[in-house]
Design a protein. Sequence first.
Length: 340
Amino acid sequence: MKTVQLGGTASDVKVAQIAHGLMHMTWNPLPTPDEQCFEAIKAGIDALPEGTKMVLNSAEFYGAGMGTGNLEMLSRFFAKYPQYVDKTFLMVKGGFNPKTFGPDSSPDFLRNSVDICQRALGSQKKIDAYQPARVDSRFPIEDTMKVLVELKNQGKFGHIGLSECSAATMRKAHAVHPLVAVEIEISLFSYEEETGKVIAAANELGVAVLGYSPLGQGVLGGSLKSSADLPTGDLRHQLARYKEEELKHNLLIVEELTGFAKTKGITVGQLCIAWVGALSPRIIPLPGSSKATRTLENLAVSKIELSKEDIQKIDGIVAKHGVKGARGFGGPPEKSHLWG
């Protein structure tokens, strides 16, 4: 099974090449029952070789009403299964204000955010890496990093990461204090010029890259056939690529990719995650899963090798159709706080 070394102050930590995103366990109209969540988390960890950790990805706001429900679920998990505490590397995003639906990296807000996260998580598990969920343009990233370093040195969390940052921001932040990882969206639907720049900078600096939404928020997994399949209240109703016209077009790509995946004896989801992982040895694809079977299916991607010809075939399918719909909520990137 492939592994990846994290960067910066966690460069001695070896993690599974495929991480586990927990968002949809609790940030949806019908939260997943605890036991199902627990089995999904345990399945991935149990499949890892000795000495390898599983990256779990959570956030302060991955719960009903943008509350701490996800971290509270993890608190119950670690309380019930303390033997899994040291087998996980927990990355938590915070510093996002639900009232403004935007980032807030003011010193007081960040300090409060970190305390809220750890309080919800409980005493069993310490936050391994804290990440501002988006870059707050009101503050120089150097100033934000200085606040995070102060909190880290106080023992609030172990390491520092960033999310949805540009390559330039990443370099400035890393110069203040080494980053363990940056989290950006990477998929066959979401590969932009800045994506390549961030990956190149991460390779140069020795920083890991978590590629979130490698399945395009579920579309590339092949199970979604219409926006009508999304339950009422699902966040994806607000995203540009889930409008019916855009989705209908993009499903043509999924259909053709599905046919190619069958020739390789894998699922279309595995094909798309493998494509993300093949971009760089520093990349950790970050699919979400609320079922043990899906966790294991995602983790099995680590054993899939795509040839140059496979990559060319996949890229050709996407290029032939073109992806419709902007990333995020549509409009300019700053509307969705992208590439901060």
